[in-house]
Design a protein around this ligand. Structure first.
Ligand SMILES: CSCCC(=O)C(=O)COP(=O)(O)O
Ligand SMILES: [Zn+2]
Length: 211
């Protein structure tokens, strides 16, 4: 895959996320890892539903832009962190849906997803009889600091024998999901968004019962 192909993949991903309502205003960012380890990523600030090839740029594995005149996504270091930690990762997507934003504000440091048939969209889960522990991090405008907290949490999960899912939430902000390819990353994102929407609808139904 070359940079032009990577840009096409990113542009189409942005269009799909926009159709689903997950990248309002200039929210969201999208990347693909190139075969040589560099990362093609959206530039900061544009609408992700209307990307063109000039809205995609290349950074190195540490997030340094190849063209210093261009500014990559403000959240580039979160993409780099997922690629660094999980070597099979080929694509990272980030969106701001209503379900992930609201649920992340209502929840503690994790959301437990269990009993959903769609859990099978995740690696190593052949049955709905499983629980995925989706980490939730407090938002932080210092993205390097946020990435350090993400890494510490991954370390804790690994030490405790908790499976690290290919995604996490940032409170009041959005969701990150990654996978070996863009198609799989988008399928995982769709699966997660579906389950989060179900969790939100369940919480609202329970609230209605109480009232
Ligand atoms: C108006 S959205 C605020 C920034 C953000 O959360 C986001 O996802 C988009 O930032 P980027 O720099 O990648 O355009
Ligand atoms: Zn964001």
């Amino acid at each position: 895959m070359d940079e032009t192909e990577a840009a096409g993949i990113i542009i189409r991903a942005g269009q799909r996320m926009d159709r689903l309502g997950w990248v309002p205003a200039t929210a969201g960012n999208i990347s693909v890892r190139l075969p040589d380890g560099r990362i093609a990523i959206t530039r900061s600030g544009g609408h992700k539903g209307f990307l063109t090839t000039t809205d995609v740029m290349v950074v190195d594995a540490e997030g340094r832009p190849e063209d210093p005149a261009l500014r990559s996504s403000a959240e580039t270091l979160l993409h780099c962190g997922a690629y660094r930690r999980f070597p099979t990762t080929g694509a990272v997507v980030h969106g701001h849906s209503i379900a992930n934003t609201v649920l992340s504000r209502l929840s503690g440091d994790e959301i437990l997803l269990s009993g959903y048939e769609l859990l099978k969209a995740f690696p190593g889960l052949p049955t709905h009889e499983a629980t995925v522990e989706l980490p939730v991090f407090n938002n932080d405008q210092d993205i390097a600091r946020l990435q350090r907290r993400v890494e510490l949490r991954w370390n804790d999960m690994a030490e405790n024998g908790t499976a690290i899912p290919p995604g996490y939430l940032i409170r009041g902000h959005g969701i990150y999901v990654w996978a070996p390819s863009m198609d799989v990353a988008l399928a995982r994102l769709e699966g997660l968004e579906f389950m989060l929407a179900c969790e939100l609808a369940t919480a609202q139904a329970r609230e209605g019962d109480v009232g």
